[in-house]
Design a protein around this ligand. Structure first.
Ligand code: ADE
Ligand code: ZN
Length: 345
């Protein structure tokens, strides 16, 4: 990651909205070291050496396999209900301390449950309760999304989808398809996402990140996606671009993550400005702040100072993010009104 020299203050003080952040990509290094000590996880005892295993380094290959490998090591830390409670609370706290006003935090129940064989519904209970308590404590609005991975079993994904629908009343309002898009098709998941939508869950799909633009059309047409995770390759297909525009799909763009996982060769080549010019609704997000060693303020700064997106366009993307939130309409309108006032829009 490059060193930032320009002051972050301007971006820190902006009220922010995050639609795309993975809990499993948000663990603090200090917490991982505590957990390693308390639970006997055999990882390097120094921050520096541990960082190399769970965070993208400047000298790492910028590839999606290197990026996804970090999550394999992170799975060693989901040792107890207390750990899951702690990392959930800290993820919410970290967002609030970065002046994020509304956070949609996604988590992967299969990842959190599998390491120690916890039942999926217990994991759901723990994350929901901890997120709600932390939201109250740190005065931030939080919504939850359950993620399932393309490279893992559709049968488990189906269980997660059915369970998630039972938690809609508790603020778990979305279902996401994540994981290895380059090597795994979405087709085995079509029925699951159709039924999840019918059950009242909102849908967002990682597509057009490590796979082609056609995957964006696939997500919109076959997986009931309202939002697209990344989708930054959409401009490679006029058809996909037109479909996304017509449907008003909102894209959850994560600039640093795209650089670190090899989607773009450098930050300045990122297609976000061209997506906006093409009439695509794009929002700015972190993806995995700990894995990428960033905050959302850093991402807003990159977008304005390196991609040269004007501040008023960025502010309007914050409003677009609220409009696309998986929240009831009245809550969205309240948040839009207060953020517009604060940002002088
Ligand atoms: N899981 C965590 N980060 C991801 C990403 N950028 N793409 C797909 N799956 C992910
Ligand atoms: Zn993601």
């Amino acid at each position: 990651m490059r060193e930032d020299t320009a002051p972050l203050n301007k971006y820190f003080s902006l009220p922010k909205v995050e639609l795309h952040r993975h809990l499993e990509g948000s663990l603090r290094l200090t917490t991982m070291l505590d957990v390693a000590r308390q639970h006997g996880v055999t990882v390097p005892a120094s921050m520096y050496n541990l960082s190399g295993l769970v965070q993208v380094q400047d000298q790492d290959p910028m590839t999606f396999t290197n990026f996804l490998d970090k999550f394999k090591t992170l799975r060693l830390f989901y040792k107890s209900p207390d750990v899951i409670d702690r990392v959930t609370r800290e993820a919410v706290e970290d967002a609030a301390k970065d002046n994020v006003r509304y956070l949609e935090l996604r988590f992967t129940p299969v990842a959190l449950s599998r390491a120690e064989g916890f039942p999926l519904n217990d994991v759901m209970d723990w994350v929901v309760a901890s997120a709600q308590e932390a939201a109250k404590k740190y005065k931030i609005k939080v919504g939850l999304i359950a993620s399932v991975n393309r490279h893992e079993s559709p049968e488990l994904a189906e269980q997660v989808a059915w369970l998630a629908a039972e938690y809609i009343k508790d603020g778990l309002t979305g279902l996401d398809l994540a994981g290895n898009e380059a090597e795994f098709k979405s087709e085995p998941f079509y029925g699951i996402f159709r039924e999840a939508k019918q059950a009242g869950l909102h849908i967002t799909i990682h597509a057009g990140e490590w796979g082609p633009a056609e995957n964006v059309s696939d997500a919109l047409q076959n997986l009931s996606a309202e939002r697209i995770g990344h989708g930054v390759r959409v401009l490679e297909s006029e058809k996909a671009t037109q479909l996304a525009r017509e449907l008003g799909a909102v894209f959850e763009v994560c600039v640093t993550s795209n650089y670190q996982s090899g989607v773009v060769g450098s930050l300045v080549e990122h297609p976000l400005p061209r997506m906006l010019e093409a009439g695509i609704k794009a929002t700015v997000n972190t993806d995995d702040p700990s894995v990428s060693r960033i905050t959302l303020s850093h991402e807003y700064q990159h977008v304005c100072e390196e991609l040269l997106v004007p501040m008023d366009v960025l502010k309007n993307s914050v409003i677009d993010a609220v409009q696309a939130a998986f929240l009831p309409d009245v809550e969205k309108q309240k948040l839009v009104a207060s953020l517009k006032k604060e940002m002088e829009l």
